[in-house]
Design a protein around this ligand. Structure first.
Ligand SMILES: NC(=O)c1ccc[n+]([C@@H]2O[C@H](COP(=O)([O-])OP(=O)(O)OC[C@H]3O[C@@H](n4cnc5c(N)ncnc54)[C@H](O)[C@@H]3O)[C@@H](O)[C@H]2O)c1
Length: 345
């Protein structure tokens, strides 16, 4: 096999992922799947070859001319679609978050690992150039020992109102946005084992029709179905005494921000603007790093998925990482519900 024939499910985030796969010299997008045919037809004209169109993912997964499936449906459909792909021996890549619950995430990971297929998360923050750059510095020992991090994702008015799945059980701000910075910070810390989580979460805007994308006020029939968090914040303790403070707000009276801060014994860093903090000859040295315009995260994600399938490369973002991140998210939400710290040991 010298090329990978990929099917894309879900015509929202499926589009940038599909474009990147189609523009990789060894990637082809041979099929699309969505409940809305019009969305598939719109996207198919962007592709170098006409794909097959499916409205039923089960039928699509039985197609022997498909090697791999990208899953970009609302959260609640990630596991059913990915499981069907795995059952049919397809390699699978899933957008964030892995699932809408920890049990579903675990079930999928066990099935994918047992099937022996390449299984990968599509993580646009972890695969973005500034995060990859910090990862390389960490590997080179720039920071000494990393012992603490802060990660936050804050919007002023950014509750998604383009599909109901975001605001129903299994959706919510933390699984939608917090997951990006949580995953990237945990990855930068060296993927330590989480041991306990304490947090708070709630909904202060969404159920009242406030805080939606660009201050748009949706119809009451939409926002009356609100059943998720619109903010979450907490603290994760890891093995070895490492700590991570994480926050996620879909709406707030604060400026919008996506930030990760790293604390190390030799240096620290901040993601936006990308800055390194050192002490040189007893004086502070702050260096703002300008990275050249590079490839988009989607290009790195597609290239890595393809090299894992064709070259047997070790996957740096397996679904198991998605499961561990899901465990931390669900523990934080459970801690918020029970008012107690959740022990993960
Ligand atoms: N940066 C990122 O990585 C990123 C950004 C945005 C969204 N996402 C993730 O992508 C997922 C979808 O979000 P979105 O903003 O693209 O939503 P969207 O509503 O724009 O797109 C979802 C599509 O999935 C289709 N769909 C729903 N159920 C389906 C099913 N059973 N079979 C086939 N198609 C189905 C819908 O018709 C829709 O076209 C979410 O899980 C979200 O977390 C990731």
């Amino acid at each position: 096999m010298n090329e990978v024939r990929v099917a894309i499910v879900g015509m929202g985030i499926g589009r940038p992922n599909g474009r990147a796969i189609a523009s990789d010299p060894r990637g082809r997008v041979v099929a699309l799947c969505d409940l809305v045919e019009e969305r598939m037809r719109e996207f198919s004209v962007e592709l170098p070859e006409p794909p097959k169109l499916y409205t039923d993912y089960r039928e699509m997964c039985r197609d022997p001319e498909i090697d791999a499936v990208f899953v970009g449906t609302p959260n609640q459909w990630h596991v059913p679609v990915a499981l069907e792909a795995v059952k049919n021996d397809k390699h699978v890549m899933v957008t964030k978050p892995l699932a809408d619950s920890e049990d579903a995430a675990r079930h999928l990971v066990e099935a994918a690992e047992a099937a022996g297929v390449v299984n990968m998360m599509s993580l646009s923050t972890r695969f973005a150039d500034p995060v990859r750059y910090l990862g390389r510095l960490i590997d080179d020992g720039e920071f000494g020992d990393l012992y603490y991090a802060r990660a936050r994702s804050v919007r002023r008015s950014g509750i998604p109102d383009w599909n109901l799945g975001f605001i129903q059980a299994g959706g919510g701000a933390f699984r939608d946005m917090g997951v990006h910075v949580l995953d990237a910070a945990w990855w930068l810390l060296g993927q330590p084992r989480p041991v306990s989580v304490a947090g708070v979460a709630g909904a202060r805007f969404g159920p009242y029709g406030k805080g939606y994308w660009h201050f748009h006020e949706p119809a009451p029939e939409f926002y009356s179905q609100y059943a998720a968090d619109d903010y979450a914040g907490g603290f994760i303790r890891f093995e070895g005494g490492l700590g991570l403070q994480v926050e996620s707000f879909w709406a707030s009276h604060q400026p919008g921000e996506v930030q990760i801060e790293l604390f190390g014994t030799q240096a620290g860093a901040r993601l936006r603007p990308l800055t390194l903090y050192r002490t040189v000859s007893g004086a502070p040295q702050d260096v703002t790093v300008e990275l050249p315009e590079g490839a988009k995260p989607w290009d790195h994600i597609a290239a890595h998925f393809i090299e894992c399938i064709l070259d047997g490369a070790e996957c740096h973002a397996p679904l198991r990482h998605g499961l561990i991140v899901q465990e931390m998210m669900e523990a934080l939400l459970k801690s918020a519900e029970t008012g107690r710290e959740v022990n993960l040991e």
